[in-house]
Design a protein around this ligand. Structure first.
Ligand SMILES: Nc1ncnc2c1ncn2[C@@H]1O[C@H](COP(=O)(O)OP(=O)(O)OP(=O)(O)O)[C@@H](O)[C@H]1O
Length: 317
């Protein structure tokens, strides 16, 4: 596969703040590369460096083998994190205006349809809902049928159904050969869309890999988390429970975590807690995902909890 995006030792400081401290990466044609990282990690600076909209202090970037400032804009689509088109143009007028900037543009109506804005096409941008505005912005990045698409937090403010339909759109684009560089604060979005994920922390690309590989390497084991009442002595409770010998347990901030619990072990573990007469508030079985990778590599909880990650196997008592 051809390399479409490349970064080699990108460094960028703002005064004393080193936003990028030597970032190198490579993205292949048709790949969806997901970038995650805490606030201020340097994600937007990296997008700007890769798209040639900020000058770097050292290092180099290339899109389609060229310097980002020299690449044919017809082949590039960029959705910045903050993007405010003219408020008193309708979605259709905006898309038509942007289409007019290119020699070879798609039909505005078809693009509006694709992002789910056909019914609101004749509403002024300023009167669209937040989610509809974001869709309109995405439509503007698609008018030139780009080969490379940068999406900086594309679905912020879009409702769950709208997000899912836009994920389908990104999947279709990638299947058609479009290379996508995506930053997001939604782990669900990254897990769903990204072929490879890069974790940026304090300006450094801490790790890059396929989601499954990162989870196997850094995600830890699946576990059953037993939340006890705040007044309960979790250490004493744990000593009173006879867990299956292969399993290990630790006391956490709000209860007990039993490690290495596979799906078939859940019943035995629950029975062990019941036999010991433990009163618990909830039992949650968690399989590791990117959230755990993020926690293990940054020491921080990912902001947006991923509800589907946890399957409750017990209730209040
Ligand atoms: N124009 C600027 N002037 C000064 N400092 C800046 C500028 N742009 C970014 N920074 C700083 O550089 C660091 C990286 O910022 P950046 O916006 O790239 O992070 P981010 O990962 O995109 O954050 P977020 O998730 O909050 O959008 C931060 O410390 C930020 O304050």
């Amino acid at each position: 596969m051809d390399e479409v995006l490349a970064a080699d030792g990108l460094r960028k400081s703002y005064g004393d703040v080193e936003a990028l401290s030597g970032v190198s990466l490579s993205v292949a044609e048709g790949e969806v590369f997901g970038l995650i990282g805490p606030n201020g990690a340097g994600k937007t600076t990296l997008v700007r460096a890769l798209t040639g909209t900020t000058a770097v202090d050292s290092g180099s970037a290339a899109i389609l083998g060229r310097d980002p400032t020299e690449v044919d804009r017809q082949r590039l689509g960029v959705l910045p994190q903050e993007f405010r088109p003219a408020g008193r143009l309708t979605a259709r007028e905006l898309v038509a205006y942007y289409a007019g900037l290119y020699d070879d543009a798609r039909d505005p109506g078809a693009v509006l349809d694709e992002v789910g804005l056909a019914d609101a096409a004749d509403t002024w941008y300023e009167n669209l809902s937040g989610g509809q505005q974001r869709r309109a912005c995405i439509a503007l990045t698609l008018v030139n049928d780009p080969d490379v698409l940068f999406l900086d937090e594309p679905t912020t403010g879009i409702d769950p159904a709208g997000r899912r339909s836009l994920w389908g759109l990104v999947e279709d684009l990638a299947a058609g050969g479009t290379t996508v560089f995506l930053t997001s604060h939604s782990m669900e979005e990254i897990e769903r869309l990204a072929d490879r994920v890069g974790l940026l922390n304090a300006g450094e690309l801490v790790t890059v890999g396929r989601p499954d590989d990162l989870v196997s390497e850094y995600g830890g084991d699946s576990r059953l988390v037993v939340r006890t009442d705040g007044d309960v002595d979790a250490e004493a409770t744990l000593r009173s429970v006879s867990l299956p010998p292969a399993l290990d347990a630790t006391v956490t901030g709000d209860g007990i975590a039993v490690h290495g619990v596979g799906p078939r072990d859940i019943g035995d573990v629950v029975a062990a807690f019941d036999d010991a007469g433990v009163v618990y508030e909830s039992l949650v079985w968690k399989q590791p995902g990117l959230e755990e990778v993020y926690l293990s590599l940054t020491g921080e909880q990912f902001e947006a909890a991923r509800p589907a990650a946890a399957a409750a196997v017990g209730g209040d008592r």
